[in-house]
Design a protein around this ligand. Structure first.
Ligand code: ASP
Ligand code: MG
Length: 406
């Protein structure tokens, strides 16, 4: 098999850990696999580079930022290649550019455009373990770029696509994807499988396990990703894969919660064309991401519009709302920053009626009031008061019997 493995910053945070990773890689290589290993910078190196930079300037050129941040991964690839050689296997480290990773020329958040795998394949055919720097590539002009924080996952999946790998394994701080945040519900179960779409929902709802762009890429090219523990290589982990491959046993795969939410309500908004576009264009112009939007039924040519945003954006959003009030002509507005979003996620809900009702029953049973609801094919989200969010997650998790899955 051709396996792409990725080890995050904490997995290569110390020389001992680098040696452990080397051992694991060598074992898998000796078992007969071709190995490409993607690594992040050691521990908090990238953060440390950022602080160093801030001591020099508050306004660095984006090109130099990439020049600086890309060095973190160059340290870990060379050390890992040396550690592998110490164990008697041949290895070569390659920067993103050397590995043929071509990106757009947007510094600090470049997108991978193409990977020329010639050099990688040549090295693999020579029997070498190839260690590639994550998070980086080069532009057509050979300028070094980085992919945005946490981008090594995306490097790994892109390499798996380019090499037509049989498997992409991501070793990380958690040992898999759970039915909910185990800090909130200790009985949460580890999922054997999740679909790419479910994983994207888990990711965007605050379960930060994989970089969302890596999951999008894996979905487009239909690459399975194994999420596994970097502290215990023997643990099975969770496979993120195409939904049709799965026996969909679970209607709901998990409960996610997002506490970084705030709600804004606009009241007595004129009911005529162009109003919603004017409101949300003004917010977009200030780079404010709007999540849920609900418009009430019309009464006397007016209605109410409520929406949620990230809590960090609340001040900015309120100043936009104040600015546009006169032009749009709504009578008043209000906000609530003590709200959280609680969601159930599951590809199985499309074909199972009554899933939303079950969720609402769980909330009703706890006396939790629902302030807003939105649904999609694989998700139902409710806005509730923050102080009841954990209680809500626990009740929903119990109601769907997610603590009892195999
Ligand atoms: N080292 C980079 C970061 O800390 C990339 C990564 O870890 O994926 O953001
Ligand atoms: Mg990192």
């Amino acid at each position: 098999m051709l396996i792409v493995q990725k080890f995050g910053g904490s997995s290569v945070g110390t020389p001992e850990r680098i040696k452990r990773v080397a051992q694991k890689v060598v074992e898998d290589h000796r078992a007969g696999n071709k190995m490409v290993v993607v690594v992040s910078a050691m521990g908090d190196t990238t953060d440390e580079l950022v602080s160093l930079m801030k001591e020099i300037t508050s306004n660095p050129s984006e090109r130099e930022v990439d020049m600086l941040l890309s060095t973190g991964e160059q340290v870990s690839i060379s050390l890992l290649a040396m550690a592998i050689k110490e164990l008697g296997c041949d290895a070569v480290s390659l920067t993103g550019g050397q590995a043929g990773v071509k990106t757009s020329n947007i510094h600090n958040k470049a997108k991978i455009k193409d990977i020329d795998a010639t050099r990688l394949n040549t090295q693999l055919d020579l029997g070498k373990i190839v260690v590639v720097a994550g998070f980086q590539g080069v532009t057509p002009e050979n300028e070094i770029t980085t992919l945005g924080r946490g981008g090594s996952d995306t490097s790994a999946v892109a390499l798996a696509v380019a090499l037509n790998a049989d498997l992409c394994e991501i070793y990380t701080d958690v040992d898999g994807v759970y039915t909910t945040d185990p800090r909130v519900v200790p009985e949460a179960s580890k999922l054997k499988y999740v679909s790419h779409d479910e994983m994207l929902e888990f990711a965007s709802l605050g379960a930060q396990i994989l970089h969302p762009r890596s999951v999008e890429l894996a979905k487009i090219y239909n690459i399975p990703i194994a999420v596994r523990s970097s502290f215990d290589f023997s643990k099975e982990g969770t496979i993120v894969q195409e939904v049709s491959k799965m026996e969909k046993e679970l209607v709901v795969s998990g409960v996610a919660h997002d506490d970084n939410a705030a709600r804004i309500g606009l009241y007595d908004v004129p009911d005529k064309p162009g109003i919603a576009s004017a409101i949300f264009r003004s917010l977009a112009a200030k780079n404010i991401d709007v999540d849920m939007i609900i418009q009430s039924a019309v009464r006397n040519k007016v209605n109410d519009i409520s929406f949620t945003i990230a809590r960090d954006d609340l001040r900015k959003a309120l100043s936009v709302v104040e600015e546009i009030q006169e032009k749009i002509g709504f009578s008043r507005y209000a906000h609530d920053e003590d709200v959280s979003k609680v969601s159930i996620i599951g590809s199985g809900m499309v074909s199972n009626p009554g899933v939303a009702a079950t969720m609402f029953e769980a909330l009703a049973g706890e006396g939790v009031n629902i302030e807003m609801i939105t649904t999609s094919e694989i998700k139902v989200s409710c806005v509730v008061k923050s102080k009841q969010a954990n209680q809500a997650v626990k009740a929903i998790h119990r109601k769907f019997e997610l603590d009892a899955i195999e």
